[in-house]
Write a protein that binds this ligand. Structure first.
Ligand code: ASP
Ligand code: MG
Length: 459
């Protein structure tokens, strides 16, 4: 079995975290030349926790011409990396320190130039941000080597080929897979742990790019898909996906397994352990993605697969989105005129406001919006052809389960569980993978607790 292990920022935050990473990788790595040879994991790491944010701040200082503040922030970052690098290595220490310093020297001159120009293009920003993953991956690779685990650092920019959409580059899968086969596969076949920085890539002509914030999961999925690995593991600081937000329901359970589509529905409503679209390359190849806690490696975590739970009874999980606004729009003609929906959505489009839930009746449409910054303009625009009212302090509860399709009793159970909680809207998406309830924000805790008790048991 070959796995890609991706470690997020908190899982490489400091020397202790890196020690835990090493223990996890060690367990997975064959040390004797036995039958498991060739199955060392491929490791993808994020920048150390908070480093990317700090580098974004450095870019902003540079834009404002704050040369000294930017330089100070970079010195602090260099110090932090040197401390970590020194703590986790012995034999490799001096060469590691040299390469970390070299990365930062280059970064410091780049940022100085940007601060003098007071201009940070998306392309320059990518060059700055990339340093976080370049140094974290070098540190991890060196630490593994020092613990006697055959490992090699590979520059992710030589593997992930992307377009030139800086700050949100898209991979060229064909070119990337070719590079992965050429640069990663042979090292892996030789039994070495390959360590790559996540999040970063480069254009075909070699200019550094990034895949967008949180992009290390994406890197892991891309590399895993190219190499056809058996599993992609996302090592993070939580046990996995939960049946509900612990801030709303006191003792949510771990979701052991769910489908990719369910994960997408939940993420849309804020239950975001990972951004599901970033694991799409893996899902397309039918490679399971497992979320694991690097502080509790013995836990089974949450497994996301294309098909989800084999025993799909009841619901898979609940999610909610609080503080939304409901807009009711009634056609001023008796029946909805031809073109009414188009005009209506054009207004939301014009003010760049996405709508979440939509329900329609013969003469009226209700939608929920999360972002109310342009609400007044939207209401004004809608009043040209409809009667409009809006209600704030509402919320959406989303109950997700693949088997809502096959078992109509689940829907009935959910509605019954909500008993006397006043519901404003109820809708079931065409996918029939979720039921959405719109209700007063004040009723969310009660409603979530009732649903959770019904489907996942009480505390
Ligand atoms: N370090 C990058 C970020 O914070 C990428 C990642 O962590 O996935 O966005
Ligand atoms: Mg990060």
């Amino acid at each position: 079995m070959t796995v890609v292990m991706k470690f997020g920022g908190t899982s490489v935050a400091d020397p202790d975290a890196i020690d835990r990473l090493i223990a996890i990788v060690t367990r997975e790595t064959p040390r004797d030349r036995g039958p498991r040879i060739g199955n060392a994991p491929i490791v993808v790491v994020s920048a150390l926790a908070k480093v990317t944010d700090a580098l974004v701040a450095v870019c902003r200082y540079a834009e404002d011409g704050e040369v000294e503040i930017a330089a100070q922030a970079l010195r602090a970052l260099l110090d932090r990396h040197l401390t970590v690098a020194t703590a986790v290595t012995t034999d490799s220490r001096s060469s590691l320190v040299t390469s970390v310093r070299a990365e930062f020297d280059e970064l410091i001159s780049l940022v100085h130039a940007l601060a003098v120009l007071r201009e940070v293009s998306p392309r320059s920003q990518d060059a700055v941000l990339a340093v976080g993953e370049l140094v974290s991956s070098r540190i991890v690779a060196a630490a593994l080597v020092d613990r006697g685990i055959p490992s090699v650092w590979v520059d992710a920019r030589a593997v992930l080929v992307t377009d030139a959409e800086h700050t949100a580059a898209a991979p060229d899968m064909i070119a990337t897979c070719e590079r992965a086969r050429a640069r990663v596969a042979p090292e892996h076949a030789a039994g070495r742990v390959v360590v790559l920085g996540g999040f970063i890539g480069s254009t075909a002509s070699g200019v550094t790019t990034t895949l967008g914030r949180g992009g290390s999961d994406y890197s892991a999925a891309i590399v895993g898909a190219c190499l056809g690995v058996d599993e992609i593991q996302i090592w993070t600081d939580v046990n996995g996906m939960l049946t509900a937000d612990p801030r709303v329901v006191s003792h949510p359970r771990l979701v052991p397994r769910l489908s990719f589509a369910e994960a997408s529905e939940l993420a849309f409503f804020g239950a975001k352990v990972l951004h599901p679209s970033t694991i799409l390359p893996a899902v397309h190849k039918n490679i399971p993605v497992r979320i694991l806690n690097s502080r509790r490696p013995e836990n089974p975590g949450t497994l996301i697969t294309a098909e989800g739970r084999p025993d799909a009874a009841g619901l898979t999980a609940l999610a909610c989105k609080r503080d939304v606004t409901v807009v009711d729009i009634t056609s001023t003609r008796m029946l909805m005129a031809h073109g009414f929906l188009r005009r209506l959505f054009e207004v939301f489009e014009r003010f760049r406001t996405p709508v979440d839930v939509v329900t329609t009746s013969e003469v009226s449409v209700s939608v929920t919006v999360d972002d109310t910054r342009r609400l007044d303009d939207i209401l004004e625009g809608l009043r040209h052809f409809a009667e409009v009212s809006s209600e704030r302090e509402m919320a959406i509860i989303c109950a997700v389960g693949e088997n809502l399709r096959s078992d109509p009793a689940v829907f009935a159970r959910a509605v019954t569980a909500l008993d006397r909680v006043p519901l404003r809207l109820v809708s079931q998406a065409a996918s029939r993978r979720n039921i959405t309830f719109v209700l007063r924000d004040a009723d969310v805790s009660e409603a979530m607790m009732r649903l959770h008790d019904e489907f996942f048991g009480g505390d």
